[in-house]
Write a protein of this length. Structure first.
Length: 105
């Protein structure tokens, strides 16, 4: 398969990705007062090694892409110059900060 715009692939969060996501998300409580027009990022916590769907938005080569990673919340993560990694044969052995084709079931 070739990397093309609009394809959904798997992206594995790095430790840096996870820290950035969790840092920008806020714990919203019933008493929280939000200023008008404020954008709150809310969602479940992430961890390094989490595998999430990513839509390819720019192709630099067959092995390097930019994409929007879909998070379990109301936000996305934009990642750039992401290298390809073969789909692992052992579950849980994904390469952090890389993308791969979803495994066939």
């Amino acid at each position: 398969m070739n990397a093309t715009k609009g394809r959904i692939v798997h992206y594995t969060l790095s430790d840096q990705d996870s820290r950035a996501i969790n840092r920008r998300r806020v714990a919203r409580t019933q008493d929280a007062a939000w200023p008008g027009g404020a954008q709150a990022h809310v969602g479940n916590a992430t961890g390094a090694g989490d595998v999430l769907p990513m839509m390819i938005v720019q192709v630099w080569s067959d092995n390097v892409v930019n994409g929007q990673v879909y998070l379990d919340g109301n936000d996305v993560l934009w990642v750039t110059s992401v290298p390809f990694s073969e789909t692992p044969s052992v579950p849980g052995s994904y390469v952090q900060g890389s993308w791969c084709w979803p495994p066939r079931e």
